[in-house]
Structure formats: structure tokens, C-alpha cells
Design a binder for this molecule. Structure first.
Ligand code: UTP
Length: 300
């Protein structure tokens, strides 16, 4: 394959092997990624973003107790036939479309050793080409699908690229925070919102944070990241952090950050999950009107 053909971002890795401890007891037997926001499991929002971004092959990194995710994205011919027979073609279509759109593969992370380790588990399926990483508990909502924006930047620059968002001081200790300067890039599509990353710090205290830009949960990375991950030593909590490998890319001036223009909803903890449910519920084409009326009538 020529290097040029190699540059298109065709694959995405969705790590879903974490233990979801912040949601216990709900996540004792149900994967966090299968908790529904309005009427879709969290992970389906990320899969739909992949399809809208032109991703052809989605690679799930799963673990024990995660088979509900595989079942959700599998065909369900009996259910479809049942719905068709009962005169519910619209519901049959919704069920069918879940498994359409992209090729799906699964690989396993047998012990949850961190996000970096989960990404490394996908190395063989990704091969020697650039790829996207999407954190399934973050819903990115903008005019252009978040992963497509990153893929376009990668395809134009060949640099790894991540979305960042501005984070309030009291929340920087929850994020990977970048140290960056404006990138030299004249392309009007990203003018003024592309940064050259110099370093990243995982979950710093507010007084040690090098900026207010936090990593938002979307990445497009060159395949060389796997070499960095192989040599990354376990850090905080014995986990292999993706941030440490990103620092190596940044050291070589090969990591950009794009300040995300849309809305990021981190539904990975209980408060963020409730906020996402309310906001997306209010916007739902079928339920929104009644739900907004209900909220207005609440005595707060
Ligand atoms: P999170 O830290 O949000 O998920 O990781 P978690 O570890 O499941 O949740 P808590 O912190 O215990 O509540 C972001 C994504 O990375 C995956 C998770 O499944 C989640 O979708 N992940 C994390 C892995 O696949 N493997 C890991 O070792 C860690």
C-alpha cells in the first residue's frame, strides 16, 4: 500500500472494557456503555458518530460482562420478523439499522489496565494505518461529526490530533490537560482553533494545570502510537495511560489539538449522565415538547 492510500482514517477503536465503578451498583451486571440516554444506549451515540464520520471498521475492545454490547450490535432476525408481523415496520427498521453502517470486530482486554492498554489491545486489528479512538461515555454534539473533523485534520497534516474543550478551574483535576501554543496552520477550516501540543498532564490540580484545555474523548492517531504504548510504564493506579504515549507524540511535534466548537457531554459519571439525559430528552423530536412542559411544571 502506498503511504498516500494509508492516510485515510478508516478504522475506529472503541474501548469498552472498563469497570464503570462510578456507576455502581447499576454497572455490576450491565456495562456502563449500555445505560440508555433517552432511548439509545450510550455506546450507540459513538457508533453513529463513527458512521457519520465515514469510518468503515469499528473495533470494540471489550472485557468480561460486556456481551450485551456484542448482542446490541448483532443482527436480530427474530425480533425484526416479530415486529414486521405485528405491523411495526418503523420499529423493525430501527432494530435493523443498529447493525448496519460499518464492519464491527471485537477484541478483548482481559484485565482493565487502563485506557492506553485497551487501545494497545487493538493494535493487530488496526494494523499499519491511522485510526480514531472514541470514548463511548462522551457524547459529542456539533454541526460536523467530531471524529470526521479530526480525520480531516489528520488527512491534511499527518499529525495526531485530539479534540479539547475549555474546562472550569474546579474541574481541571478530572481531565488530561494540554500545554500548547497556536499551531502554524493557514487552513480556513481550522483557522484559530488548532493548537500545537507541547505536553499533557493527567488530572493536575488547578494551580499546576498548564492551561484550561482538557482532552475531550476523541482522538485520531498515527499507528506509531502503538510503539509508544508498548513502552509505556504503568502510572497512577497501575494503569497504562494513553496520555503518556500522547506526550511522546507531542515531544516530536506530532500532536495537534482542535478546540471543539460543539457541545461535549461527559455521561461517564452520575451527574453528567443525568444532565445528558435531560438535555437530549428536551431535544427529542417525539418526547421533547411534553418533557419540556413537564420540567417547567416542576417546583424547584
Ligand atoms: P472511564 O474511566 O470513563 O471508564 O474510561 P471506567 O474505567 O469504566 O469507569 P470508572 O472510572 O470505573 O467509573 C473511559 C473508557 O475507556 C474504557 C471504559 O470502558 C470507558 O468506555 N476503558 C477504561 C477500557 O476499555 N479499559 C480500561 O482499562 C479502562
Amino acid at each position: 500500500m502506498t503511504p498516500k492510500a494509508n492516510k485515510k482514517v478508516r478504522k475506529a477503536v472503541l474501548p469498552v472494557a472498563g469497570l464503570g465503578t462510578r456507576f455502581l451498583p447499576a454497572t455490576k451486571a450491565i456495562p456502563k456503555e449500555m445505560l440508555p440516554i433517552v432511548d439509545k444506549p450510550l455506546i450507540q451515540y459513538a457508533v453513529e458518530e463513527c458512521v457519520a464520520s465515514g469510518i468503515e471498521h469499528i473495533i470494540f475492545v471489550t472485557g468480561r460482562h460486556k456481551s450485551a454490547i456484542e448482542d446490541h450490535f448483532d443482527l436480530a432476525p427474530e425480533l425484526e420478523a416479530f415486529l414486521d408481523e405485528r405491523g411495526k415496520p418503523e420499529q423493525a427498521r430501527i432494530v435493523r439499522e443498529i447493525s448496519d453502517g460499518a464492519q464491527i470486530s471485537y477484541t478483548r482486554q482481559s484485565v482493565a489496565l487502563g485506557l492506553g492498554h485497551a487501545v494497545l489491545c487493538a493494535a493487530e486489528l488496526v494494523g499499519d494505518e491511522p485510526f480514531a479512538v472514541l470514548l463511548g461515555d462522551v457524547i459529542m454534539d456539533g454541526k460536523t461529526p467530531a471524529t470526521r473533523e479530526l480525520a480531516e485534520i489528520y488527512e491534511a497534516t499527518s499529525a495526531g490530533v485530539i479534540h479539547v474543550e475549555e474546562v472550569r478551574s474546579e474541574r481541571v483535576h478530572l481531565y488530561g490537560i494540554i500545554d500548547a501554543e497556536p499551531a502554524l496552520n493557514e487552513d480556513p477550516r481550522w483557522h484559530n482553533r488548532l493548537l500545537q501540543v507541547k505536553n499533557l498532564v493527567e488530572k493536575p490540580s488547578a494551580d499546576k494545570a498548564p492551561s484550561h484545555f482538557g482532552v475531550a474523548g476523541r482522538y485520531v492517531l498515527p499507528p506509531e502510537i502503538f510503539e509508544f504504548l508498548k513502552h509505556t510504564k504503568p502510572g497512577t493506579g497501575g494503569e497504562i495511560q494513553l496520555t503518556d504515549a500522547l506526550c511522546k507524540l507531542a515531544e516530536q511535534n506530532r500532536l495537534l489539538a482542535s478546540v471543539y466548537e460543539g457541545k461535549t457531554r461527559d455521561a461517564g459519571d452520575k451527574l453528567g449522565f443525568l444532565q445528558a439525559t435531560v438535555e437530549l430528552g428536551m431535544r427529542d423530536p417525539k418526547l421533547g415538547k411534553d418533557f419540556r412542559a413537564y420540567l417547567k411544571g416542576l417546583k424547584l
